[in-house]
Design a protein around this ligand. Structure first.
Ligand code: MUC
Ligand code: MG
Length: 382
């Protein structure tokens, strides 16, 4: 990389994009997503795009769109401006020095940097990330309207369209027995070709999980995501070791490589949900994935309901990962009323076709960015 490629300018903006329907999770219901879109310009090189999306402000974890934009503008951009663009690990170290934690904010900057580098070189990002091992990944859809009939109609349509046959249900907001009844009704309504998974988003204590998960497995659920609190590794461990007929997937519990090591050592998860934002970027996603591979833990390509920018960047890194996988859920662009790129990634044969082309293979639409820009619209945070 020529020394002339230095980081010249970074801009972060918050967008507000409505969802096509309310999306209900254990901690609330969202009607819009507010991704932070980062644009990073290289002197003598290309401009790249990155994204960090949270769900429900700071409800999923500590970071919110506002805190992400603030961390980037006040601490992360000053730490990397004027630096050589090719030293990605050094730039990550500079960001760590300037700012503890804030993994989502760092991931958006690193994502834009890798896009800019790859575009400058005229290569797809997956080439900078180790090379592609997968051309497509089975793509899950989340049934989270909260209404059985609507969920079943959604599932039926998506099966007919050849788009999805893995369905994830978000539970944990209602009384546990009501959730079991709801999932069981959906399970009975789905054809045998469909796979059903659940995400409890930390809502249950260990005893509730021990009582209800066997009933969900009996109903046909095969993959169970984050049934207990992020900190509750003992309960995860016991569930992973004692439940039969379904796999336990860690999501909120597995963010850093140290979290991954703990879960591997404790044998407390069968699968890791990987998410570029919570791991703090594409390179760090690969580090967590390497621990999964070494510990015989499977991976799943998770989402924070990003637009096509964050989803395509995630797809690029997921396409490079070895080890056993359980598909992905990069369906964020489909849940939003509109996108900010000219063309979405292709979905065919129930799988996301992993993108090619320089950078993340996208053409970002400036007018769509302006259309949803919170500052331009004078909107307030949720
Ligand atoms: C999560 O916890 O997995 C991703 C899809 C969805 O519906 O919620 C998220 C976050
Ligand atoms: Mg989850």
């Amino acid at each position: 990389m020529s020394p002339e490629f230095t980081i010249e300018r970074i801009q972060a903006r918050i967008l507000d994009i409505p969802t096509i329907r309310p999306h209900k999770l254990s901690f609330g219901s969202i009607q819009r997503q507010s991704p932070v879109i980062v644009q990073l310009w290289l002197r003598g090189g290309a401009c790249g795009f990155g994204e960090a999306a949270t769900i429900g402000g700071p409800s999923w974890n500590e970071e919110s769109p506002e805190s992400i934009a603030h961390a980037i503008e006040s601490y992360l951009a000053p730490a990397v401006l004027g630096q050589k663009a090719g030293g990605i690990e050094q730039l990550l170290a500079r960001m760590d020095l300037a700012c503890k934690g804030n993994a989502f904010a760092k991931s958006a900057v690193e994502m834009a940097l890798i896009d800019a580098l790859a575009r400058t070189l005229g290569i797809p990002a997956w080439q900078l990330l180790g090379g592609k091992l997968h051309e497509s990944l089975p793509l899950a859809w989340t049934l989270a309207s909260g209404d059985v009939e609507r969920d079943l109609q959604e599932a039926q349509l998506r099966l007919e369209q050849g788009r999805h046959r893995i369905f994830k249900m978000k539970i944990g907001a209602r009384a546990p027995q009501d959730d079991v009844a709801h999932v069981s009704r959906i399970a009975r309504g789905l054809p045998a070709t469909a796979t059903l998974t659940v995400d409890v988003n930390q809502a249950w204590d260990g005893n509730t999980a021990r009582r209800c998960l066997p009933q969900l497995i009996e109903a046909g659920v095969t993959l169970i995501e984050q049934p207990v609190a992020k900190w509750n590794v003992p309960a995860l461990r016991q569930l992973a070791q004692e439940l039969r007929g379904a796999l336990i997937m860690a999501d909120e519990t597995v963010c850093t490589p140290q979290d991954a090591m703990l879960l591997a050592r404790e044998q407390a998860a069968h699968v890791f949900s990987l998410k570029v934002a919570k791991h703090g970027g594409l390179l760090r996603t690969r580090k967590v994935a390497a621990i999964a591979e070494a510990a015989d833990i499977g991976w799943y390509g998770g989402t924070m309901l990003e637009t096509s920018i964050g989803s395509a960047a995630s797809a690029h890194v997921f396409s490079t990962l070895p080890g056993a996988h359980h598909g992905c859920e990069l369906f964020g662009p489909q849940l939003l009323v509109d996108d900010i790129v000219e063309q979405k990634m292709t979905i065919q044969d129930f799988a996301l076709q992993l993108p090619d082309g320089p950078g993340y293979g996208l053409t970002v639409s400036p007018s769509q960015l302006d259309r949803f820009d919170r500052a331009l619209a004078g909107r307030q945070p949720v």
